[in-house]
Every structure is written in C-alpha cells, then in structure tokens.
Design a protein around this ligand. Structure first.
Ligand SMILES: [Zn+2]
Length: 409
C-alpha cells in the first residue's frame, strides 16, 4: 500500500474514530442465558449529552430534580440504576416504535424518568408533599398534566417513577386492603397456583386466611394508591399479607422489589405509556396491567416478570405460563397485578406467535381503562381484532374461542 493510499484510509477512518470515542459505554444489568441477570458493558444509544444521562428520548433524574444524573455520579448504585433504566427504556421504545409501529410512541415527547422518588403523584400538582406517606418498592407511569390554576408549578410530560428499594419485614407490610369490601379471602387463594402445592396446604392457607380477613374492614393507602395510579405491585403483597400470620407456610421473611433494576418492570412501565393513547393512565386495572405485562414479556421473550433476580426482588414473580381458570374476582382492581391477563395473552401468543403482538396491540382500540372488563371487553376485542389481523380469520377465531374456553370462559 502506498503512503498516499494509507493517508486516504486514515482520513476516511478519522471521523469514524472520533465518533466512536464520543460514545458512552456503561455497565448495565441485562438478562443473560436462562434469564439470569448479568452485568455487562453496553453503549448507551441516543444520548444527547456527553456528561449526563440525558438523551433524545429519555432523561434520567433523581427524585424531584429536573437535572439529569451525571455520567460521573459518585453513587455507584444510583449510576447503575440510571444506566440500566436508560438502556432498557431505549430498547423497549425501539420495539414499540419500529416493531409494533405505535404512532403514539413514534411521536412521543421526551420522557422524564425519576429514580429513588418516594413522593405520591398528584394530578393537581405533580408531586404530593414529601411528608405524605413515602412509597418504596414499586414503579408507576404518570400521565402528562397541568397544575391547578394559580399554582406556581410547571406542567409536566409523561414520566416514569421508580421508587427506592426498601427491605421490609413481611410482618410489617402494610395491609393490602383485601378485606375492605368484606369478602373472605379464602376464595382468592385457589387462584394463586404457584406456592400452593398440595390440597392439604391449600386448605390450611384457606383456613388461615379466613381467620385473618373475614372479620376485618381494612382500607389502606395501598388500595387508594392503586386505584389512582398505574403502578407495579406484585401479587406477593397478598401472599405476604397472609404470611405474617402463617410463617411456616411461606418462605420469605422479608420483602423488597428494586423496580429500576428489573428489565421486565422497566419494559412494563414504558408499555403503559405506549398504550396510553387508548388505555389512559390514572387507574390500575387488570386490563391495563395485563396488557403492559404482555408487551414487556413479549419483548423480553420470556413469560416471567421479576423471577430469578433475588438480589433485586424478593417478591412473587408473575408467570405468563400459568394456566389458571377464569374467576370473576380477577376483574376487580384488587387483582390488577395478578398474572391472569398476562397468562391469557400468552396463550394467544403460543397459538399465534407470528401475529400475536399486532393482534393484541390492535385489540386495544376497542378497550378503555375505565370500562373494559376481561370476560366481555378483552375477549371480544381479541376476537374482533382477529377479524382484521389473523391470517385466516374464520379458522383462527375458532382457535381463539378454544383457548378462551380452556381458560374457563
Ligand atoms: Zn403497571
């Protein structure tokens, strides 16, 4: 090679080299083989800042701050969370924009991501006061909003809040409010297939739960929070509530859920925002949570949420491969975070792996947050969606009916 040719090559390579040196590589948590969590170095896509976690689509801040977390953040745990959320949010955004072709996501303004925030959300003024009931161990997506007239608070866009993790003794967990309407809890336990192995154990738990819940009228902040926001609280809360009265039946003495470190929960929260063009945020319903769960797990290509990740979650994982039969109680918002809808949608994915994402995405057109139920709303929406999306609508709708029948409809 002549000197001249070498010179040309160097000139061609130079801009590429300069560009590469400006790229930011950070350590993040990803799911490795067999869904095991591993730390790995990745390039952070679409950063617009060279000094902070501020990008084209997401800005990662701490608490109520509006300033992005620095790439030189001294708190290593916070930096790992910032990098992990930033990385996975860009992955799931890309899926929604370019695989699902969501126009909502393609046109979405930049989303602010708040880490370590304990405040409750207020649709009148963005943040509730610091002193009011600080929250831990969950995540939520909040709708854009304007403050009340005459209040000196700027308006805000869509945001995702990841709360700090906090280890709580299960016996100190707040009551989940299940007894609020006077329903005996006994019937619910039959719906929770996972930890209940034998009929004898099941019966023991039933008796225990009856004793605990039947006489009580409990109204808690958990319930009022879940009614107003689309949050992530796993069904473990229900089991853990019982565990303090029946230690021998439940293994875990402690509870924690570090939502910002669990890829599927990050996907779940962004999916709420992606779906919010039709399924508006503000209410945590079984349809809303199940749809967000579905797209989170479809993207990660594994039906589990928060499994095999004990360092960051000591709570009951959701499992889309459950085969629980339908029970009318699944329609209640108390069960918004059960995995029934997720598992129903996974049954559809198993039967129609090629078109399930579009079939389910299209079904949301006929669903609303406030009014749609599973038995009539979701089932009919899926059948209707099949009419336009399925390869052979006539035969495929029959297959859908078979799936629904097998799940107790
Ligand atoms: Zn949710």
């Amino acid at each position: 090679m002549t000197f001249f040719k070498k010179l040309i090559l160097v000139i061609i390579a130079l801009p590429t080299f300069n560009f590469a040196s400006a790229q930011v590589v950070e350590t993040v948590l990803v799911r490795g083989s067999k869904f095991k969590p591993v730390l790995t170095e990745v390039e952070l896509p679409d950063l617009t800042s060279t000094t902070s976690f501020d990008g084209k689509y997401f800005k990662i801040v701490k608490g109520k701050s509006e300033t992005a977390i620095s790439l030189n953040e001294a708190d290593e745990k916070l930096k790992l969370k910032a990098a992990t959320t930033y990385y996975h949010l860009n992955l799931i955004r890309n899926f929604w924009a370019n695989t699902i072709h969501s126009e909502n996501v393609q046109n979405l303004p930049k989303v602010t991501i708040r880490l370590e925030i304990t405040n409750l959300f207020s649709d009148l003024g963005h943040f509730q006061h610091d002193s009011i009931d600080p929250h831990y161990n969950d995540a939520l997506s909040i709708p854009a909003g304007d403050p009340m007239d005459g209040v000196d608070i700027p308006s805000w866009g869509n945001e995702i809040w990841f709360r700090p993790v906090k280890t709580i003794r299960t016996e100190d967990l707040p009551r989940s409010g299940l007894g609020a309407d006077g329903n005996p809890l006994a019937k619910y336990i039959g719906m929770l297939s996972n930890p209940v192995e034998s009929a004898a154990t099941n019966r023991m738990i039933q008796l225990t739960l009856q004793k605990i819940f039947t006489p009580q009228q409990v109204q808690s902040t958990f319930q009022s929070t879940m009614i107003r926001q689309a949050g992530t609280i796993l069904i473990s809360e229900i089991l853990l509530e019982a565990s303090k009265h029946s230690d021998k039946l439940f293994l875990e003495k402690y509870y924690y859920l570090d939502t910002a470190m669990i890829p599927e929960i990050i996907y779940h929260e962004f999916s709420h925002i992606a779906l919010s063009d039709k399924l508006t945020l503000g209410l945590s319903t079984p349809i809303l949570e199940g749809m967000a769960d579905y797209f989170a797990t479809s993207f990660s290509n594994d039906p589990h949420i928060a499994s095999k990740i004990k360092k960051y979650s000591l709570s009951m994982p959701k499992d889309g491969s459950n085969k629980n039969k339908y029970n009318p109680d699944y329609e209640t918002n108390t069960f918004a975070n059960s995995d029934f809808v997720l598992s129903l949608l996974w049954s559809v994915k198993k039967e129609f792996p090629e078109v399930a994402d579009q079939l389910i995405f299209n079904a949301r057109n006929s669903l609303t947050t406030g009014f749609s139920d599973i038995k009539h709303g979701l089932i009919q929406a899926l059948l209707d969606s099949c009419e336009t999306i399925c390869v052979d609508p006539r035969a495929d709708r029959m297959k859908l009916r078979d799936i629904f029948e097998s799940r107790g409809f």
